[in-house]
Design a protein around this ligand. Structure first.
Ligand code: SER
Length: 626
């Protein structure tokens, strides 16, 4: 078995032989890009060159780029999601294109690394009628030839994942599935953003392992993009050739290639083991955690081991790039990674500080490709130690208080859990665990009740009692109603642009403006503010109907309705939906008492004129009618 370090080197050598300049990984913290906190793909540092700037090293570049995707923190725990990873890249900046790149990458995977071509499957772009973009027939033909050259069947299947594999080898998907840009779908891309069709490569871990049958998708047929884990994506060739414009898409001045292959995922395929955490970039961490916990990785504790292995590797790599635990910006995520590691350590029964030695272990893993980690091992160790001690003290105070407050109780209530959280930063999960250990009863649906109290508290502390009633409206004047619907649009736009972690924490309307508080870890960039404002104005310009329905509470939640203000909702609730079809085509759906405008066009153009922090982890945006 070749090591991951050798694999990385072999990849770089392969492309060096084909005329590529090898460039070092950029930092995990983007240097000249204020629009994003982390480098989350190999493409990010290459952006100016894809748009046409001259790269000092020429038109063929290869690299292994360190990447961090904060949005995946909660996903970690299955056999392949990680927050930190390395992306093996090869770049043509207006140089070669598909007919060179696809054969090369196939040659690398099959001839150089020795992956069995029978186990490889690919997807290609099926076109997009909305933007008048054609199916990628050239890629289909190239793949057909490549598979045929190895004597592998090469059937092309168009679309219809719900029909399963259908003996296909090459799958063509219409729409967004095989389109790549930093913003995702063509419709999400801001003007000026480059993107293009892509072709993804998957390794089949085999039906016989039963990954699909034991997954939550077992009732649907498996396909290459299925989330059951049978197929692992090993690479993605993006044919970066379009620029988003006001009208749609226009060709970039040059045709580029952006290939990205997850180093860890390729290593996993080479080992023919779908559990990515078994590769050598994780084993030293896992072995160490096995030692301090006295528990085995295989078995009931898989998730805790994986979370700690992922989070600590990511935290150390981020710290090596200069990010320290903090309550804002990049540092907020390092703090979260460390605190989550402490908590998952507790689940393994570890009740003492244990994270600091991992700085050295991770430094050792990356001694060869990233010696800077090892060089900073002392300061990283100290930073981890300080953060872990601080968090453990918080936990300890919380535990003492927990013991005091529950001494005469037989039940853990949401109210008590909230007091512990509010006063001592003691997380709900720990209150529950502690209550279980002490044999206390736990209030039914404590999660929900806790969330309700938390929201009520947030609403009260921010808004005071004055002039406030249902829906946060100060009066029913026409302007207030316009602002009320704008609140829903703003909420939907923030979630669309920033992510689903955005949750309304409060709102307040006067005749002059709307104020809106929401959960988000850092300040909005100018670009984000612009995108949010543009999105709202687009929805207003589309004059979408606003409709009201009374529904069963459960049905409303099942339909995706949002609810943040902490009343205990009655069984029948009022739901406001914005969009042309309240069942199938909508942009906002919220539990709300109203009133609202009937069509978004009644609001008229709006602008965001201020954005600031409201409290830790909560931002405040001000918006007014233009
Ligand atoms: N940019 C593409 C991706 O991240 C390929 O590098 O998948």
């Amino acid at each position: 078995m070749i090591s991951s370090n050798d694999l990385r080197q072999r990849y770089l050598d392969f492309f060096a032989k084909r005329g590529h300049a090898i460039v070092p990984s950029s930092s995990l913290v983007p240097e000249n890009d204020p629009t994003t906190l982390f480098t989350g793909s190999g493409m990010q540092p290459m952006l100016p060159y894809l748009l046409g700037a001259d790269h000092p090293k020429g038109t063929r570049i290869a690299d292994s780029q360190k990447s961090f995707r904060s949005q995946d923190i909660e996903e970690v725990g299955d056999n392949r999601h990680t927050t930190f990873f390395e992306m093996l890249g090869n770049w043509s900046l207006g140089d070669y294109f598909k007919k060179e790149q696809l054969p090369w990458i196939f040659e690398f995977l099959v001839d150089d690394l020795g992956l069995d071509p029978q186990k490889l499957y690919v997807t290609v772009y099926g076109g997009d009628q909305q933007y008048d973009l054609p199916q990628d027939d050239e890629a289909i033909e190239l793949w057909q030839q490549l598979f045929a050259s190895k004597g592998v069947d090469n059937k092309v299947v168009s679309g219809a994942r719900e029909k399963g594999l259908q003996d296909g080898r090459i799958f063509s998907y219409e729409g967004a599935a095989n389109w790549w840009s930093r913003a995702g779908d063509p419709s999400n891309m801001p003007v000026g953003e480059p993107g293009g069709p892509d072709s993804e490569m998957f390794y089949d871990y085999g039906e016989e392992r039963g990954l699909h049958e034991s997954s939550e998708w077992k009732d649907q047929p498996c396909h290459v993009n299925c989330d059951c884990g049978r197929f692992g994506e090993v690479g993605n060739s993006v044919f970066m050739q379009y620029l988003k414009t006001e009208k749609g898409f226009e060709p970039l001045p040059q045709q580029n290639i952006d290939f990205g292959g997850g180093l860890e995922r390729i290593a996993s395929a080479l080992a023919d083991d779908p559990d990515m955490f078994k590769i050598d970039l994780f084993t030293p961490i896992i072995e160490y955690v096995e030692k301090v916990s006295g528990k085995q990785y295989e078995g009931e504790h898989l998730i805790s081991f994986r979370v700690i292995a992922d989070h600590m590797r990511a935290a150390v790599m981020l710290m090596a790039d200069g990010v320290l635990p903090d309550n804002k910006d990049q540092g907020y995520f390092v703090r979260r990674l460390l605190r989550r590691s402490v908590r998952y350590g507790k689940q393994l029964g570890i009740n003492k500080p244990f994270l600091a030695p991992l700085a050295e272990i991770v430094g050792e893993i990356y001694a060869e490709p990233y010696p800077a980690v090892k060089q900073q091992v002392e300061s990283i160790t100290q930073a981890i130690q300080a953060e872990e001690d601080k968090f453990l003290r918080t936990l300890e105070r919380g535990l003492q208080e927990f013991a005091r407050q529950t001494a005469d109780e037989s039940q853990l209530t949401a109210q008590l859990a909230f007091t512990l959280y509010e006063t001592y930063g003691f997380p709900l999960e720990l209150s529950i665990e502690e209550a279980e250990q002490q044999g206390l009863k736990i209030e039914e649906n404590i999660d929900q009740a806790f969330a309700t109290i938390k929201d009520q508290h947030a609403a009260q502390s921010r808004e005071g009692a004055a002039g406030k009633f249902k829906g946060g409206l100060a009066d029913h004047s026409e302007t207030a109603v316009q602002y009320h619907t704008a609140t829903h649009l703003l909420h939907a736009a923030l979630r669309k642009i920033l992510g689903d972690h955005v949750e309304q924490k409060g709102s307040n309307i006067t005749g002059e403006r709307l104020r809106f508080d929401f959960a988000h870890p850092q300040a909005l960039t100018d670009e984000e503010k612009k995108q949010v404002e543009q999105q709202i104005n687009d929805w207003i310009a589309a004059d979408l109907p606003v409709t009201n329905q009374t529904m069963e509470k459960e049905a409303a939640f099942a339909a995706g309705a949002l609810a943040f203000f902490g009343e205990k909702y009655p069984d029948q609730v009022s739901v406001y939906t914005i969009g042309s079809d309240p069942a199938n085509d909508w942009i906002s759906k919220e539990l709300c008492g109203g009133p609202h405008v009937e069509h978004t066009g009644e609001i008229g153009a709006v602008e965001i004129f201020k954005e600031k922090s409201a409290s830790a982890g909560v931002r405040r945006v001000y918006l007014r009618l233009k």
